[in-house]
Design a binder for this molecule. Structure first.
Ligand SMILES: Cc1cc2nc3c(=O)[nH]c(=O)nc-3n(C[C@H](O)[C@H](O)[C@H](O)COP(=O)(O)OP(=O)(O)OC[C@H]3O[C@@H](n4cnc5c(N)ncnc54)[C@H](O)[C@@H]3O)c2cc1C
Length: 457
C-alpha cells in the first residue's frame, strides 16, 4: 500500500493526497455514519490525474470509492477499511458558459449552488434543484441521477446532460463532451454512467443544458380534502398553467403537522386539519401576467372545491419559508431518530391506497412510531420517514413487499447504494439484474470501483 500511495503522491502532489488523521476526521456518508475508514483520500485536479491514479489502482487491485459532496441518501459513498477515496472536490472549475448555446462545461466537483448562481448571473437556469444544493456536486448529482423539486418541468439530472467525460476503472478516458442535443451515432454510452453511483466509472467533466431563466416565480401552499382532488389539481395545473408548473410537492397531514408544530418552527401557514397539502410553484417570464394567471387558476380551483384553502406567497421570503418547511430534513433526523427513510415511486392511481395500507400496517406493528409522508408527487415519487423505530429490516420488508404488489420502485431518485441493494429484486427482474452484472463486468472487470454498491457480483 505504501508503494501505491507513494506513486499516487507523485501524480497528485502534497495537496492531492490525504493519508493521515484527517481521513478519519471526515464523515463516511451523509447520514453521519461514523468516520471515514479509508486508507487515504486522493484529490486530483485534472482528468489526466484521475486517469493515472485509476491506472495504478487497476494494476494494484486497489478498491476506489468516488466521493462528491457526501449528501447522497443511499449509502453509495460509504467505504470500508482498505478502500481508497477519490474525491472530486478540487476539480471545481466552471470551464465555459455558452450563453448562445445555453450550455455549461463543468468539472465534476463544481457545487450545484455555485453552478445555479453562475447560470443565474447570465439570465439562465440550471434546472436540477434540491435541499442539498449547497454541498452536492455535479459528479455526485450525475452518478446518482438526482431528481429534486423541478423534475415535473425539466426532468431529472439525466435530462440535462449533453456531454460527459468519464475515467474508466483501468484509467482509460471515455470523453464525449458534445454540446448538442441530438446525437444518434450509436449507443448513448453516457447514459450508462448517469445513475451508476460510481460503480462503472469516475465522472470527471460534463456539458450540461441551461434553460431560459424564469425571473418570476409564484408559490402557494394549498390544501385538499382528498387524494383524488390532489390528482385533479395536478392535472389541472399542468393544463391551465401552460407548461409553467415547476414544482408539485405533496405533503400528507402527518408531515405538515409535524413540520409546523413539533419542530420548534411553530409556524402554521394554513389550518392544520386538512388531510393533504400541496406546495405548488409556477415559473413565468412576465411577473404580472404570471401572477394574474396563477391567482385566476387557484381561484377557479377553490370555487370548484378541488382545493379548499390556500396561502399564496406575497414575497420571496414567504416563498422561502414554505420551501424551508418542505426541505427541513434535519428536523426529521433530530426528532425521529432512529429514522428510516424511503424514496419510492409508483403509479399515481395506486398511491393513496398504498400509503394508507403502509400506515395501517406500521401502526399495527409499532404503536409509538411516527410516519411522515411527503414527496415529489408530480413525478409519482413519495418519501416516507418512519421513526423512532429500531427495526429497519422488518420495516423495509413491510414497505417494499407491499410496494411490489403495485409495481413500484424501491428507489425513485436517491439510488440503491448499500441501503437498498437487498431490495433491488423487488422491482427489477432477474434478467435485468443479470444485465447489470454483465455491464459491471464489462466496465470494471476486476471490481475495484465502488465495490458492493447496487449489486454484488
Ligand atoms: C437535505 C437533502 C435533500 C435531498 N433531496 C434530494 C432530492 O430532492 N432529490 C434527489 O434526487 N436527491 C436528494 N438528496 C440526495 C443527494 O443530494 C443526491 O443524491 C446528490 O445527487 C448526491 O451528490 P453528492 O455530490 O453529495 O454525491 P455523494 O453523496 O458524494 O455520492 C453519491 C454517489 O455518487 C458517487 N459519486 C460521487 N461523485 C462521483 C463522480 N464524480 N463519479 C462517479 N461517481 C461519483 C458516490 O460514490 C456515491 O455512490 C438530498 C440530500 C439531502 C442531504
Amino acid at each position: 500500500m505504501q508503494e501505491l500511495l507513494q506513486k499516487i503522491h507523485e501524480i497528485v502532489g502534497d495537496n492531492g493526497l490525504i493519508a493521515d488523521e484527517r481521513v478519519s476526521q471526515r464523515s463516511n456518508d451523509s447520514w453521519g455514519q461514523g468516520s471515514c475508514p479509508a486508507v487515504a483520500i486522493v484529490r486530483p485536479t485534472t482528468t489526466e490525474e484521475v486517469s493515472q491514479v485509476m491506472a495504478l489502482c487497476h494494476a494494484a487491485g486497489q478498491t476506489v470509492v468516488p466521493h462528491g459532496g457526501l449528501t447522497g441518501l443511499a449509502l453509495g459513498a460509504q467505504c470500508k477499511p482498505g478502500d481508497l477515496v477519490l474525491s472530486l472536490e478540487r476539480m471545481n472549475q466552471i470551464e465555459r458558459l455558452d450563453t448562445k448555446g445555453a450550455t455549461v462545461t463543468v468539472q465534476a466537483g463544481v457545487v450545484i449552488e455555485e453552478l445555479q448562481n453562475r447560470a443565474a448571473a447570465e439570465d439562465l437556469l440550471f434546472a436540477v434543484d434540491w435541499g442539498a444544493r449547497g454541498s452536492a456536486q455535479v459528479g455526485g448529482m450525475l452518478a446518482a441521477n438526482a431528481g429534486g423539486n423541478k423534475v415535473v418541468k425539466y426532468g431529472m439530472a439525466r435530462a440535462q446532460v449533453l456531454g460527459l467525460e468519464v475515467v474508466l476503472a483501468d484509467g482509460r478516458v471515455m470523453s464525449n463532451m458534445r454540446e448538442t442535443i441530438k446525437d444518434n451515432s450509436g449507443y448513448d454510452l453516457k447514459q450508462l454512467f448517469i445513475g451508476s453511483e460510481g460503480t462503472l466509472g469516475i465522472i470527471t467533466r460534463a456539458v450540461l443544458r441551461l434553460w431560459p431563466s424564469a425571473p418570476a416565480r409564484q408559490t402557494a401552499l394549498v390544501a385538499c380534502n382528498d387524494f383524488d382532488s390532489v390528482l385533479e389539481l395536478l392535472n389541472c395545473l399542468k393544463q391551465t398553467l401552460e407548461g409553467k408548473l415547476s414544482a408539485f410537492e405533496a405533503l400528507w397531514s402527518s408531515f405538515y403537522n409535524f413540520m409546523t408544530t413539533e419542530t420548534g418552527r411553530n409556524k402554521e401557514f394554513i389550518k392544520a386539519d386538512y388531510p393533504y397539502y400541496v406546495l405548488v410553484e409556477s415559473e413565468c417570464v412576465d411577473a404580472e401576467r404570471g401572477r394574474e394567471q396563477f391567482l385566476e387558476v387557484l381561484g377557479e380551483l377553490l370555487e370548484q372545491e378541488v382545493i379548499v384553502d390556500a396561502v399564496i406567497a406575497e414575497t420571496n421570503q414567504q416563498a422561502a419559508d414554505l420551501w424551508a418547511m418542505r426541505d427541513d430534513i434535519d428536523a426529521m433526523v433530530e426528532n425521529l431518530s432512529p429514522l428510516i427513510a424511503y424514496d419510492i415511486s409508483l403509479p399515481l392511481r395506486d398511491m393513496e391506497e398504498y400509503t394508507r395500507r403502509v400506515n395501517e400496517m406500521l401502526a399495527e406493528k409499532y404503536s409509538s412510531h411516527t410516519c411522515l409522508t411527503f414527496g415529489h408527487l408530480g413525478d409519482g415519487n413519495i418519501h416516507f420517514c418512519v421513526g423512532p423505530v429500531d427495526d429497519k429490516p422488518a420495516v423495509d420488508k413491510l414497505v417494499y413487499s407491499l410496494l411490489q404488489e403495485y409495481g413500484g420502485s424501491v428507489s425513485a431518485e436517491h439510488g440503491v447504494g448499500l441501503g437498498r441493494k437487498n431490495y433491488l429484486h423487488y422491482c427489477r427482474s432477474e434478467v435485468e439484474v443479470e444485465m447489470m452484472r454483465a455491464m459491471k463486468r464489462a466496465f470494471d472487470p476486476t471490481g475495484i470501483l465502488n465495490p458492493g454498491k447496487i449489486i454484488d457480483l
